[in-house]
Design a protein around this ligand. Structure first.
Ligand SMILES: C[S@@+](CC[C@H](N)C(=O)[O-])C[C@H]1O[C@@H](n2cnc3c(N)ncnc32)[C@H](O)[C@@H]1O
Length: 251
């Protein structure tokens, strides 16, 4: 049973369906079903030579990436990840520390070694500045053939803004950006929480320079714009009072 989701759909699935859809990945994977299925089907077809998993947490996304990538670098603050998952995923290299420092260093190292990086999952920081910084350090890499980037939580307004603010236009290898590759959700944990979460953004980098400017595709933009003003993320009087009350309750 997953401790990280409000309910565990896997429990209700017949074993054959479960194995087909979610394979044998860890149920500690902190993503909803459509996100897991999408990532797995990409990896199954891509079989990346080298991949990066930003945000190891409980090894959920790592279990999917390590299954298909020859080699995966997995990054987290938590120094116990290697001890917890090292034996299970021998093709994983565990890097602990602040991603703002470890990711730029890793990108430099990958560039120097000339490794063929083909897949990245960004699922660590979800702040505007944090995600923007992560993307900018990745954009210094020139793909050998192609690089598929998946960014989790693109429906969180702050995270979405950070994705948009990254330096895409100055990177000639960026060919395609879809912020709602898998749509996000509203009120997932509890319908009254009014939170906008989840969602996968997808970015494709290729080894040839793009012609023309870059466009942000946002196929779920209508929902995003309708939900934002009533969500907990909007700068409304109701949310400001709520914020003050919750800070006051903590004392
Ligand atoms: C949402 S969880 C990752 C979930 C995982 N990808 C999965 O799907 O199962 C985010 C993880 O990122 C890590 N994290 C957040 N900010 C970080 C930072 N600045 N540096 C390193 N790790 C960070 C947290 O410790 C946490 O384990």
């Amino acid at each position: 049973m997953s401790k990280h989701l409000p309910f565990d759909p896997l429990e209700y699935f017949p074993i054959e369906v479960k194995d087909t859809l979610f394979e044998s990945c860890k149920d500690t994977w902190i993503m909803h079903e459509a996100e897991r299925v999408m990532i797995l089907s990409m990896l199954r077809n891509l079989k990346p030579e080298v991949a990066i998993d930003c945000g190891t947490a409980h090894g959920g996304s790592l279990s999917a990436i390590a299954k298909y990538a020859k080699k995966v670098y997995t990054l987290d603050y938590d120094p116990t990840c290697k001890e917890r998952f090292g034996k299970e995923f021998p093709n994983a290299e565990f890097i602990s520390g602040d991603i703002n420092e470890t990711l730029p260093k890793l990108m430099e190292q990958i560039n120097k070694k000339g490794e063929n990086l083909e897949f990245i999952l960004l699922d660590a920081q979800h702040s505007r500045q944090g995600i923007c910084k992560e993307i900018n350090s990745i954009l210094k890499y020139k793909p050998q053939k192609h690089l598929f980037i998946i960014i989790h939580d693109s429906f969180i307004p702050e995270c979405r803004e950070g994705i948009k603010e990254a330096n895409w236009k100055d990177c000639p290898w960026v060919h395609f950006i879809e912020l709602d590759f898998v749509s996000g959700v509203y009120g997932y944990q509890c319908k009254n929480d009014r939170k906008m979460t989840c969602g996968l953004a997808f970015v494709l980098l290729r080894a040839i320079p793009r012609q023309g400017s870059i466009t942000f595709h946002e196929k779920n933009r209508g929902n995003f714009e309708n939900l934002y003003p009533i969500s907990i993320h909007a700068n409304t009087l109701r949310n400001r009072i709520r914020g003050k009350l919750s800070r006051w309750k903590r004392f």
